[in-house]
Design a protein around this ligand. Structure first.
Ligand SMILES: CC(C)(COP(=O)(O)OP(=O)(O)OC[C@H]1O[C@@H](n2cnc3c(N)ncnc32)[C@H](O)[C@@H]1OP(=O)(O)O)[C@@H](O)C(=O)NCCC(=O)NCCS
Length: 290
């Protein structure tokens, strides 16, 4: 098949749910492990652009998710390998940025995406360690006195959204209920008050633990107890945890048999979300949704 040339006409239009199967094929072509269902979830709750060639084939995507009026995350930013370095990525990112305006924009940038993000003014704000594996040995982690893990109930949703919003500095009131439709959750309770939680859901080749939200504690015991809960329930299954390097869980995850498989840069434009420093998000929902 002839290689596309740089002057080929590319059309840019809104990404729709009908583009999901082609989007899935695109992400497979760059070796991303999303399932069709992961794409559908991302597309249903976000919006963005599709780049299509003269035959109508999807050759690029860039989506965004708005969190309240002041922040958005960017993701599913892909150009087909045969069309890369033709300026399509830049055109997609520019359209997305124009649509989102002056709000704080966040992206997890790969080594290929980073130069373009820097060119558009995004700055480094952190580092994510992606850990995954199946051969873990979940430890018993003791919690501070008065604290225990308990199942999440439907009445907990507003509190979970509040904690997720405070920990991330972004309005999670719409996203959290949507996540609970596809995830299971465990709550951290202190004397009857819900103070942290961890969700667990299907994603990619296996399952993901995240978001994980809790107050800091000596040796990160709260985050470790929440994560260990899901590992113990799913021994031998393929599990992924994306954790900010600065929260110090990486060596512990390695020790459990969840090796570090990728390091990814967090970048922001127009400031950073005003997170509450009494709460920490120890693991991402996903790289797209933060
Ligand atoms: C990142 C990606 C979307 C860029 O798409 P693209 O259409 O090739 O990008 P463009 O042609 O518009 O390139 C814009 C600039 O980005 C930089 N760039 C693009 N690809 C690059 C690469 N592989 N390595 C280093 N810099 C790169 C260059 O500065 C380039 O400008 P130049 O070609 O004038 O030198 C594409 O490489 C891709 O899909 N990669 C795999 C998935 C991925 O990593 N997504 C990014 C997540 S943030």
């Amino acid at each position: 098949m002839a290689q596309p040339n740089k002057n080929e006409m590319i059309e840019y239009r809104a990404f729709t749910l009908d583009d999901v199967p082609a989007g899935h094929a695109l992400s497979m072509s760059v070796k991303w492990r999303h399932r069709v269902e992961d794409w559908r979830f991302a597309a249903r709750h976000g919006s963005g652009f599709a780049a299509v060639d003269a035959s109508g084939a999807l050759v690029g995507t860039a989506l965004a998710w708005r969190f309240g009026a002041s922040a958005a995350t960017l993701g599913m930013f892909i150009v087909s390998p045969a069309h890369q370095r033709h300026g399509i990525g830049r055109a997609l990112l520019d359209r997305l940025m124009a649509k989102l305006g002056t709000r704080t924009l966040l992206i997890h940038a790969s080594s290929e995406g980073r130069p373009l993000c820097e060119e558009r003014g995004f700055a480094h704000i952190g580092t994510i360690h992606q850990h995954q594996g199946a051969a873990f040995q979940p430890p018993l982690v003791s919690l501070p006195p008065g604290e225990r893990l308990r199942p999440i109930g439907t009445k907990d949703t507003p509190r979970l959204a509040e904690l997720a919003s405070r920990a991330s500095g972004m309005d999670r009131s719409e996203m959290l209920p949507q996540l609970l439709d596809v995830a299971s959750g465990i709550a951290l309770d202190r004397d009857g008050e819900l103070i942290g939680f961890a969700l667990f859901r299907r994603f990619g080749d296996g399952h993901v633990i995240g978001p994980v939200v809790a107050p800091e504690s000596p040796d990160q015991s709260r985050a470790k107890a929440l994560i260990s809960y899901w590992l113990a329930l799913n021994a031998g299954m393929f599990v992924r945890v994306d954790t900010p390097l600065r929260h110090g869980l990486s060596a512990w995850l390695e020790g459990l048999g969840l090796p570090l498989v990728d390091t990814i840069e967090q970048m922001a434009l127009n400031g950073t979300p005003p997170a509450d420093d009494t709460l920490t998000q120890f693991a991402l929902t996903s790289q797209a949704l933060w």
